[in-house]
Design a protein around this ligand. Structure first.
Ligand code: PLP
Length: 452
C-alpha cells in the first residue's frame, strides 16, 4: 500500500473497519473480469463488484461516454430544467423494460430508488382519492437498501435493530427459504409457493386489504444469501395484489440487467410488477444511478391529480438523472444490447449451475442454490460464531487464490460479470472448492464475526 495513504479518516461502509485496517485489501485497478490489487495481483471478480459490473470492468464504450459527457456538460439541474442525456437514458431504459412500464424516475442508487418507489406508491393512491392505503408490506430477510423506507420494508435484523422503530404501518411476509425441503435445488425450488398465500390469508386478513398500498419484494433475494422464489410463488403474489388493488413492486437492483439471462427478472418469471426498482447494472456501476420504472397509468394519475403548471410529485434529488450517470446508462444499455450479454448469461447459466453443484459433498457445504449467473453456497456455521466460516473462506480466496467472492452470514454469494467464460467459472468454483477441502473445524482467528 502506498505510504501516503492514511487509513484512519475513512469510516468504511458495511465493513469491519478495525479488522480491514489491520490488513487492508486494496484494489487499485480493474479490467474485464479482474481487479488489480496494490501488491500487483490480478483478482478474478466473482461478484461483479457488488452485483453491479455486469459488462465487466472498464468497458471502453462506457468509459468514453462518461469522459465525453464530463467535457460537454458536467452538471445540469433537472428541477424545472432539462438536459437531453437524462431523457435519452429514460428512453433507453424503457426500451428494455417489460411492456407497459414506460415512465422512469431517476435517483442515485438502489436505496433511493426503493424509497422513491414507496413514495410513488403512497402518493399514487392518494392522487386517486384512495388515501387510506398507507401500509407497506415487505419480507423477512429482504434487503431494500439503507434508507428509512428501505430498512422498514427490509427484513435483515442487523440493518434495522440499531435504528429504532423506522416506519409505522409496515408488515412482512415470511421468506421462502426452506433448506429442509429444497436443499441443492437446481434453479427454482419445487416447494414453497404456498408461502405466498399468507399475504392474503394472514397479512391482508389482519390489516384489511383496503389499507395496503404496496407489496415490495426482490424477485430473487440476493444480499441475504440467495433466496430463490419457489415455482409459482411470484405468480401468486401478483394475483393476490391484483385481487385487492395493491401495487406490486419488484426490487430488481441485483436482478436487473441480465443477471438471470433476461433484461429483468420480471421477464424471466413472466410476472410484470407495477414498478421496477433498479440501480447497479444500470450504468454498469461506472457512475452511481438508480431508477424506478413505473406503469404509465400510475404516472398519469399524478398528472391528472395536480393542477396545471404545478409540480406533480414533490420528490427528487440534486443528482437525479446526473449527466455523467445518464451518459453511462445509455452506453451500458447499448453495450448490453450490442454484445448480447443477457443472452450470453442465459447460455452460460447451465455450465455455471453444474460448476456450483460440483461443490455438493465438500466439507461444511449445507446447500447450493442457483439461478442465472447467481449462486448461493450455504455453509455449516461454527457453533457460537456465525459468519466466521464464510468470512474465513472469503479471506483465503482473496489472499491465497486471487479470487473475490462475497459472503453474507455463512453464505457465499456469487454473481460474476456476465462476460465470465468457462475457464473462469472453473477457476472460481475450483478456488472455493480447494479452500473448503482444507477448512479446519475452527477458522483462522482473522475470520471474525463481521457481517450483519
Ligand atoms: C435488492 C437491493 N435493493 C436495494 C439495494 C441498495 O442499493 P444501494 O446500495 O445502491 O443503495 C441493494 C444493494 O445491494 C439490493 O441488493
Amino acid at each position: 500500500m502506498p505510504d501516503n495513504i492514511n487509513l484512519e479518516h475513512f469510516w468504511m461502509p458495511f465493513t469491519a473497519n478495525r479488522q480491514f485496517k489491520s490488513r487492508p485489501r486494496m484494489l487499485v485497478g480493474a479490467q474485464g473480469m479482474h481487479y488489480i490489487t496494490d501488491d500487483g495481483r490480478r483478482i478474478l471478480d466473482g461478484t461483479a463488484g457488488l452485483w453491479c459490473v455486469n459488462a465487466g470492468h472498464g468497458h471502453p464504450k462506457i468509459v468514453q461516454a462518461i469522459q465525453q459527457q464530463a467535457a460537454a456538460l458536467d452538471y445540469g439541474p433537472l428541477f424545472q430544467m432539462g438536459h437531453p442525456r437524462a431523457f435519452e437514458a429514460a428512453s433507453a431504459l424503457v426500451s428494455i423494460a417489460p411492456e407497459g412500464l414506460n415512465r422512469v424516475f431517476f435517483c442515485n442508487d438502489g436505496s433511493e430508488a426503493v424509497d422513491s418507489a414507496l413514495k410513488i406508491a403512497l402518493a399514487y393512491h392518494r392522487a386517486r382519492g384512495d388515501g387510506l392505503r398507507t401500509r407497506l408490506i415487505g419480507r423477512e430477510r429482504a434487503y431494500h437498501g439503507v434508507g428509512f423506507g428501505g430498512i422498514a420494508v427490509g427484513g435483515i435484523a442487523g440493518n434495522r435493530k440499531h435504528f429504532g422503530p423506522t416506519l409505522a404501518g409496515v408488515d412482512h411476509l415470511r421468506h421462502p427459504l426452506d433448506i429442509a425441503r429444497n436443499a441443492f435445488s437446481r434453479g427454482l425450488p419445487e416447494h414453497g409457493a404456498e408461502i405466498a398465500d399468507e399475504l392474503e390469508q394472514r397479512l391482508l386478513a389482519l390489516h384489511d386489504p383496503s389499507t395496503v398500498a404496496a407489496v415490495i419484494v426482490e424477485p430473487l433475494q440476493g444480499s441475504t444469501g440467495v433466496i430463490l422464489p419457489p415455482k409459482g410463488y411470484l405468480q401468486k403474489l401478483r394475483a393476490i395484489c391484483d385481487r385487492h388493488g395493491i401495487l406490486l413492486i419488484f426490487d430488481e437492483v441485483i436482478t436487473g440487467f441480465g443477471r438471470l439471462g433476461t433484461a429483468f427478472a420480471a421477464d424471466y418469471f413472466g410476472v410484470v410488477p407495477d414498478m421496477i426498482v433498479c440501480a447497479k447494472g444500470l450504468t454498469n456501476a461506472a457512475v452511481p444511478m438508480g431508477a424506478v420504472i413505473v406503469r404509465q397509468d400510475i404516472h398519469d394519475a399524478f398528472m391528472a391529480a395536480a393542477p396545471e403548471n404545478t409540480i406533480e410529485f414533490f420528490h427528487g434529488y440534486t443528482y437525479s438523472g446526473h449527466p455523467l450517470a445518464a451518459a453511462a446508462a445509455v452506453a451500458a444499455i447499448g453495450v448490453y444490447r450490442e454484445e448480447g450479454l443477457f443472452d450470453r448469461a442465459a447460455a452460460m447459466a447451465p455450465y455455471f449451475e453444474d460448476a456450483a453443484h460440483s461443490l455438493k459433498g465438500l466439507p461444511w457445504v449445507k446447500d447450493v442454490r442457483n439461478l442465472g449467473l447467481v449462486c448461493g453456497i450455504e455453509l455449516e456455521s461454527v457453533p457460537g460464531k456465525p459468519t466466521a466460516r464464510a468470512v474465513d473462506v472469503f479471506l483465503k480466496c482473496f489472499w491465497d487464490k486471487n479470487v473475490l467472492i462475497r459472503t453474507t452470514g455463512d453464505i457465499i454469494a456469487l454473481s460474476p460479470p456476465l462476460i465470465i467464460d468457462k475457464p473462469q467459472i472453473d477457476e472460481l468454483f475450483g478456488a472455493i472448492g480447494d479452500v473448503l477441502k482444507h477448512q479446519q473445524a475452527t477458522p483462522s482467528p482473522e475470520a471474525v464475526e463481521q457481517l450483519p
